[in-house]
Design a protein around this ligand. Sequence first.
Ligand SMILES: NC(=O)c1ccc[n+]([C@@H]2O[C@H](COP(=O)([O-])OP(=O)(O)OC[C@H]3O[C@@H](n4cnc5c(N)ncnc54)[C@H](OP(=O)(O)O)[C@@H]3O)[C@@H](O)[C@H]2O)c1
Length: 295
Amino acid sequence: MKLLMFGKTGQVATALQACCPPGWHLIALDRAAADLADPEACAALIAGADADVVINAAAYTAVDRAEEQEALARRINGDAPGAMARAAARKGIGLVHLSTDYVFDGSGTRGWQPEDPVAPLNAYGRSKALGEVRVMAAGGPGTVVIRVSSVFSATGGNFVRTMLRLAETRDQVQVVADQVSGPTAAKDVARMILTLLPMLSSAAKPPFIAHYAGRPDVSWAGFAREIFRQAGHDVEVEEIPSVAWPTPARRPLNARLDCSLLAARFGIPRPDWRDGLAETLADLGIQPGRSGTAG
Ligand SMILES: NC(=O)c1ccc[n+]([C@@H]2O[C@H](COP(=O)([O-])OP(=O)(O)OC[C@H]3O[C@@H](n4cnc5c(N)ncnc54)[C@H](OP(=O)(O)O)[C@@H]3O)[C@@H](O)[C@H]2O)c1
């Protein structure tokens, strides 16, 4: 299978390059090769490519900075995916586009269904919601929007690496306890996409939205505790509410994603993020000593 991927250096893009099966051909485009701030240039690359499917693993992901740069975020996360979807549809190939739990407003406590109404609380979420609309409107058969959640890996900026950095100098940290999501290892996202792709291309399915997130759902504080436990750090986690940790962008409290569609239609279950965490720590050269459960 021949894959054309936008994004090369990001967490999911790096994992896709690491997990791509032998015999598959993956071309990864970095920002210099394909700048999503120029949507028509991205479309032209698809038009000229020899590919069976396009993966968009690039995005404007600086959630707080997006409050100041919403127009740029909308271009990268909204206009560019739309142009990619149109170009892929014209060529008769599918598009895997990644989106986010931050399209939801965080109300309630149940897991969000793919068809639930979106109501983003911040500029990043609005830009990603725009991308979803554009991709769903223009995408041809084999197009899928997959919302993922709280991605972590051994590379890039993410919560796991932040907690490990804090553990070097602190024996106590304050962590938000009222935002709940399903943390997801980038390698699990990559393996999910690679498992899904042959099923998408064989069945020429119309565009759809699906959710994929690690289980069990957990607060940032619970996630932090498990990171310290697995990494062998004796750091106390003090639980605080979101209001005690103000950020430029508001975050949804309930970011749980109902992931049953991928399980029911494609046999792809939610991954256990504690296993993904152990794998990530091993990638960082930290020997995990996992036992018990996160809270
Ligand atoms: N990270 C999360 O917690 C999270 C949660 C939910 C959903 N998601 C979604 O999952 C997907 C993958 O996220 P990730 O965590 O792998 O992202 P990431 O690690 O933040 O990487 C973002 C990637 O996008 C590239 N990029 C940014 N602006 C670009 C531009 N104008 N042109 C070309 N490339 C550009 C970056 O390239 P440079 O290296 O050049 O900057 C980088 O490769 C995204 O769609 C994101 O919205 C992420």
